[in-house]
Design a protein around this ligand. Structure first.
Ligand code: FMN
Length: 481
């Protein structure tokens, strides 16, 4: 029998603490956002559909970005227990300089169109957090203004080789003069990807008013107010306007870029050179052999070739071939600090965030980008503590395996087979060899022993995939027998 008493008003005040109301709407919104997906939801409410969709969308059926995010969600972490992890050090050295965390801001074009503070917000927030900021060739803030927004931090410049080489190379020289320390040469954009949402929304540069856009404006007057009361949107490099962003990119990009351009750029650029958009093992090996300073495994956030390889799957295979000392970085699909931790565990030296930054920007300008960085920071720190590691160097492949949903069909012949084939590490035999152990209740159950073996052996997700398929085959054979 529970003993009852009359409620004591003093106790009520002790139990119930009234939260101080936050009158600043932006601050309140951002504080309530606990994940990057929460920031995305705010961004969607506050940004005209055409600008939001330009950012959020990808090419064709948008499968590349969905798969990349799914691959991160399908990570399985393997923590160590009873390890002191009160404090964690998230700092790292990348491309000859420091970064407070293992991620930086990726280059994005047309940024001020999403939210008027644009690159200034990104560069300022990156500088304050001690991480690098990358300005795109298609940026909407000048090189010099970015430098002014992030005077003491690290600025990187992303290069598109345009048909008008003078314009591209002029920007490279200006970035070098302004003290940018790294050049990202993007190589996955010989032509623009087919961004369906832009066509469907009638999205164009400059924005053109249709009945649909006017109706879309009504609930978002502040976006137009910002847009019209701040300096005119101008592009550092694009003179032509009219048409969708894809049309503009199509007119501006030179589809004939080749390795020769790399040699020219090397002569022009005194700092580090990174190739962004590498998507297979032989290209990665070739570039490292040629002496580039780093690679970004990326499919451009799924905005170029749809159904391109998932960078997170490519990562361990590339690292295995080029070695853990090479500077291999990764982007596409990162929505959580745990994705970053997993990438580092599998050998990435660094990661880049595109949309995660832009969702924050659209949700609340500079404060929104600060919030993106804060969310990712806390997720990185918490994941490291829960894994039982104190520094990024302690992260190893054994901390991560990949749960498999779909399995690649083996490639039988040709160069593709070479690119995909496991090279050095021999495939281990899964433990499930006896009939009893191999007899699965379901196919998924049959995958478990292989995944466990992979985790214990410290193997990579690809090896786990290989082992899983072997286990399924063994199990199916056992059942058939
Ligand atoms: C709106 C938008 C614009 C982009 N513009 C560029 C660009 O100008 N140059 C470039 O190299 N990559 C560009 N990217 C690709 C990003 O640098 C990066 O590779 C990609 O966003 C990573 O995927 P994530 O958005 O899932 O993080 C753009 C991406 C987005 C979302």
């Amino acid at each position: 029998m529970v003993k009852r008493q009359l409620p004591n008003p003093k106790d009520i005040f002790e139990y119930v603490q009234f939260k101080k109301p936050t009158f600043n709407g932006r601050q309140r919104r951002l504080q309530d956002a606990l994940t990057i997906y929460d920031l995305r939801a705010i961004a969607k409410r506050r940004t005209p559909a055409a600008a939001f969709d330009y950012t959020d969308g990808a090419a064709e059926g948008e499968l590349s970005i969905l798969r990349a995010r799914q691959a991160f969600e399908d990570i399985e972490f393997h923590p160590d227990i009873l390890r002191p992890a009160e404090d964690v050090d998230t700092s790292t050295e990348i491309l000859g300089g420091p970064s407070a965390m293992p991620f930086g801001i990726a280059p994005t074009g047309f940024t001020r169109l999403m939210q008027t503070e644009g690159e200034i917000a990104g560069a300022g927030a990156a500088g304050a957090a001690g991480i690098p900021f990358t300005l795109s060739t298609l940026g909407t803030t000048s090189i010099e203004d970015v430098k002014a927004a992030n005077p003491d931090g690290r600025n990187w410049f992303q290069l598109y080789v345009l048909r008008d080489r003078e314009v591209s190379y002029g920007l490279v020289e200006r970035a070098a003069a302004a003290g940018f320390d790294t050049l990202h040469f993007t190589v996955d954009t010989p032509v623009a990807g087919n961004r369906m949402r832009d066509y469907r929304n009638g999205f164009s540069i400059p924005p053109q008013l249709t009945v649909k856009t006017v109706l879309d404006t009504l609930p978002r007057p502040w976006w137009w107010f910002d847009f019209l009361t701040t300096p005119k949107l101008e592009f550092a490099s694009l003179k032509s306007t009219g048409g969708t962003v894809g049309d503009l990119i199509g007119q501006a990009m030179d589809p004939t870029i080749s390795y020769e351009d790399l040699a020219t750029i090397r002569e022009l650029w005194p700092g580090k050179i990174v190739i962004k958009g590498v998507q297979n093992v032989p290209d990665a090996v070739k570039l490292i052999d040629m002496g580039v300073d780093g690679l970004v495994l990326s499919n451009h956030g799924g905005r170029q070739l749809d159904r391109a390889p998932i960078p997170f799957h490519l990562l361990p295979r590339v690292v295995r071939e080029v070695g853990r000392d090479a500077t291999v970085m990764i982007d596409t699909g990162i929505m959580n600090g745990a994705d970053i931790v997993a990438s580092v565990a599998l050998g990435a030296k660094f990661t880049l965030i595109g949309r995660a930054y832009l969702y924050g920007l659209m949700a609340g300008g500079r404060a929104g980008v600060d919030r993106t960085i804060a969310i990712l920071r806390s997720e990185i720190e918490r994941t490291m503590k829960l894994l039982g590691v104190q520094s990024l160097e302690e992260l190893e492949p054994r901390h991560v395996t990949q749960l498999t949903r779909v399995l690649p069909v083996p490639v039988a012949y040709g160069e593709a087979a070479e690119a995909l084939a496991p090279t050095s590490a021999p495939v281990r035999t899964p433990r499930a060899t006896s009939k009893a152990a191999a007899k699965p209740r379901t196919k998924a159950a049959a995958k478990t022993p292989a995944a466990e073996t992979a985790a214990e052996a410290g193997t990579t997700p690809l090896e786990a995939v290989e082992q899983s398929s072997e286990a399924v085959e063994a199990a199916e054979k056992a059942v058939a027998d």
